[in-house]
Design a protein around this ligand. Structure first.
Ligand code: SF4
Length: 327
């Protein structure tokens, strides 16, 4: 039976909005508003949603790069939400992040060797000679060559830079990798190569992934299970197969109804989803999606639906299914 490597309970991140000469707090942007989920060892959990849905904030909170407002994050059975900076730095050996823009995330003044060696130095792993050997080995693992070690980030293409970003994340042999839009800045042909590389590395190193993206096609390709976020909330969570074969939440249905348009942001502009995303500083009462939902009922405007298991392992937050649970 699979074991949960990461468990998230009631996680929230509110960013205060201040105004006036005294900078009084007047409201909160509820970037992440009470989400709970788990990730099993060795699986890939995709998190998908439109821009501003809170998926990247969630990823950064899991790494404690952003402090949660409330909630609990447990890694390997140990709560990490309250760990000190020092303890968290030690833990990052096992939890690493791959970022969207590989160029911005690599220090342009450091050679690839320095970039890849740094996590080993930070965590006190190996001596100089061993570290150099490990750098060269890792470059080969991600499809580059040992001689690339002496080069600088600007000497590589976008796809190669993302390979360097992935290599850096792997240097400490982590158990969990949080990849935040890791292929969205790349050409489509290069995206496929990087996705295949991530899949190969998962098998080779027994990795667990949280894969954050707005592209439904990319998420389908790589994920075992998928969580759909809307306005800071998780609205549907199930296996990739169930989600793409039989989506239950009206928002997921709307996103997927445009098969030739697998990018939610394009889908929105092309009218597959009507209406604008509400202001996250002033989200609608009840179901956050009710202002755009063609199946909206009276109760949807009053009560927030909870994420509940509708079918085996298929979680949905929608009043349409509450009768089914009650029966
Ligand atoms: Fe639509 Fe109501 Fe379900 Fe929200 S709760 S998705 S408004 S039917």
């Amino acid at each position: 039976m699979s074991k949960a490597i990461l468990e998230v309970e009631n996680l929230k991140k509110y960013f205060p909005i201040t105004a006036g000469v005294f900078n009084r707090k007047v409201a909160d942007v509820k970037a992440v508003d009470d989400i709970s989920f788990f990730v099993n060892e060795g699986e890939t959990l995709g998190i998908v949603g439109e821009s501003g849905c809170g998926k990247s904030t969630t990823g950064r909170m899991l790494m404690r790069l952003i402090e949660p407002t409330e909630g609990k994050i447990s890694f390997n059975g140990k709560e990490i939400t309250k760990l000190s900076d020092y303890e968290m730095r030690k833990l990052r050996k096992d939890m690493q992040m791959v970022f969207q823009d590989p160029f911005a995330s690599l220090n342009p003044r450091h050679s690839v060797e320095q970039i890849l060696e740094e996590p080993l130095i930070v965590h006190g792993i190996g001596d100089k000679a061993t570290r150099k050997k490990q750098v060269r080995e890792m470059l080969e693992v991600v499809g580059l060559s040992g001689y690339h070690a002496k080069r600088y980030p600007h000497q590589f293409s976008g796809g190669q830079r993302q390979r360097i970003g992935i290599a850096r994340a792997l240097m400490t042999r982590p158990k969990l990798i949080i990849a935040d839009e890791p292929v969205s800045a790349l050409d489509v042909s290069i995206q496929a190569q990087v996705l295949n590389l991530l899949e190969d590395l998962q098998k080779e190193f027994g990795l667990t992934y949280i894969f954050i993206a707005h592209d439904l096609g990319v998420i389908k390709h790589i994920s075992d299970r998928v969580g759909v976020m809307y306005l800071g909330r998780m609205v549907e969570l199930t296996t990739a197969k169930q989600l793409y074969d039989k989506p239950l939440h009206p928002y997921t249905e709307a996103l997927l109804s445009s098969v030739p348009i697998p990018d939610p942001e394009i889908a929105v502009t092309q009218g597959v989803l009507s209406g604008d995303i509400p202001n996250p500083a002033d989200p609608p009462n009840g179901c956050a999606f009710h202002t755009r939902c063609s199946k909206c009922m009276e109760i949807c405007k009053q009560e927030r639906p909870l994420l509940q298991e509708i079918e085996d392992g298929h979680m949905v937050a929608c009043h349409l299914y509450e009768k089914e649970i009650a029966n």
